[in-house]
Design a protein around this ligand. Structure first.
Ligand code: ARG
Length: 427
């Protein structure tokens, strides 16, 4: 499910889906909030109905909508929320992928493996299952699209949050000369985690894996170092340019987005990390090439001895192609699933046709679907798309974006200090 083109700026759509019901976290609604609580319940009832109608329309073997809908509405009246069946959860997560306008890789949306971890809500449990997710999704190189769905937001208990943008990301260390060692995207995040007590390796490198930060209302934010077996990486080499390997570049094999909120039928799952496999340009034309990321194009051009004295030699374009060839070559050589932007563009149009044949319109955002290099060489460039937002959906809350880039502020008010705690009252 490659998401490729633009930096994540957060979604302005958040308000359309969150019922707003539980987002206040720990606060106890007073009588003045009664009207808005009622409105939120109405919104939830409507969202549940809309989702169940979709579920039964697309899963005729599942039985009768009528009974299940009555049951869910009763549950909402009694508890202010409802619990998806495992089948609803699986379908909902797959359709959230199908509806993701930024993803070119949706042809295989039905193959998404859904791990039902809704009973896991403590930070240590979330972290452990995230590490299992990384191992299971890597699958010895044959990457499996997968999502782990942790505890939902409920009126009695706020859901856990994962701060990181992805389960595996590289630290960015600000250096005295103002430059950044590592990934500049995570410069602020890295700094905050160090303030919180994270110690980088003794000799920091450009590819140090950041710790996972899991926040719960009870425990506050907690950091977890990723175990080595959970982190699979591909060292980058070029099929013809021997010096390329000397650059010491690498990238992680599995992109697991971990700061998006999954919304199904009005129920919100803020911790639901998911992955597909990489499209090479995500790494070669963005992560390693953007000037505010690893910015490798000038160095590669110099090593290639290109004429960089003026833009019209197209040295940038030439260097970019070789970086991307190195990425695809290295992933393939290491037996890790990867795809190129030409193949993936064709697959996306196949997906679009299939969706239309199924009587659905496939929402898509041109600026994300068109690959970040050689756009006009791919068929996805030469047309427009339906841009309607549909649910179930993955959303990026602005606060989640802020946490993943700036390392805070926390989602929940500071964990209350027990007055009887040692040292607080006695002497
Ligand atoms: N573009 C992001 C990255 O470079 C990953 C987004 C998801 N991509 C994917 N193929 N599922 O890490």
């Amino acid at each position: 499910m490659p998401q490729t083109h633009l930096p994540d700026t957060g979604s302005s759509e958040a308000g359309l889906f969150g019922s707003g019901l539980f987002d206040a976290g720990l606060s106890n609604p007073g009588p003045s909030d009664a009207a808005s609580a009622n409105a939120a319940i109405e919104t939830l009832r409507a969202a549940a109905q809309e989702f169940l109608e979709l579920f039964y329309a697309e899963n005729p073997q599942a039985g009768s909508l009528k009974d299940r809908l009555a049951e869910v509405l009763r549950e909402i009246d009694l508890t202010g929320t409802y619990w998806h069946t495992p089948e609803e959860l699986t379908f909902g997560a797959r359709v959230a992928w199908r509806n993701n306008k930024r993803c070119i890789g949706r042809l295989y949306w039905r193959s998404l493996k859904v791990r039902d971890l809704r009973l896991v809500s403590d930070a240590g449990g979330v972290a452990r299952h995230c590490f299992d997710h990384l191992r299971a999704a890597h699958n010895g190189g044959k990457i499996r699209p997968m999502i782990s769905v942790f505890a939902p937001e409920t009126p009695s208990r706020p859901a856990p949050r994962i701060w990181n943008e992805q389960l595996i990301r590289y630290a960015g260390y600000e250096q005295p000369n103002g430059r950044v060692l590592g990934d500049p995207r995570y410069r602020a995040f890295t700094g905050k985690l160090m303030q919180r007590g994270w110690r980088p390796p003794e000799r920091p490198s450009a590819f140090d894996v950041l710790p996972l930060v899991v926040e719960t209302a009870e425990e506050g934010p907690r950091m977890f170092q990723l175990p080595a077996q959970a982190v699979h990486e591909v060292p980058l080499e070029h099929p013809e340019l021997p010096w390329f390997a000397d650059l010491g570049l690498r990238w992680h094999a599995v992109p697991v987005i971990s700061n998006n909120r999954l919304i199904i039928g009005g129920i919100s799952y803020p911790a639901a990390p998911f992955n597909g496999w990489y499209m090479g340009t995500e790494i070669g034309a963005r992560n390693l090439a953007d000037t505010d990321r690893y910015d490798l194009v000038p160095e590669v051009a110099t090593r290639m001895r290109l004429d960089t004295s003026h833009e019209a030699t197209l040295w940038r374009d030439q260097a970019l192609v070789e970086i991307n060839r190195a990425v695809l070559h290295s992933f393939e050589a290491h037996g890790v699933t990867v795809t190129d932007h030409h193949t993936e563009s064709r697959r996306f149009l196949t997906h679009l046709q299939r969706e239309e044949r199924a009587g659905r319109s496939c929402p898509a955002d041109w600026s994300w679907i068109v690959p970040p290099m050689s756009g006009s060489q791919t068929p996805v460039f030469h047309r427009y798309y339906d841009t309607t937002t549909q649910t179930p959906a993955f959303l990026t809350d602005p606060e989640a974006t802020t946490r993943s880039l700036h390392g805070g502020p926390p989602a929940f008010p500071a964990v209350r200090v027990d007055l009887g705690a040692p040292g607080s009252t006695q002497g």
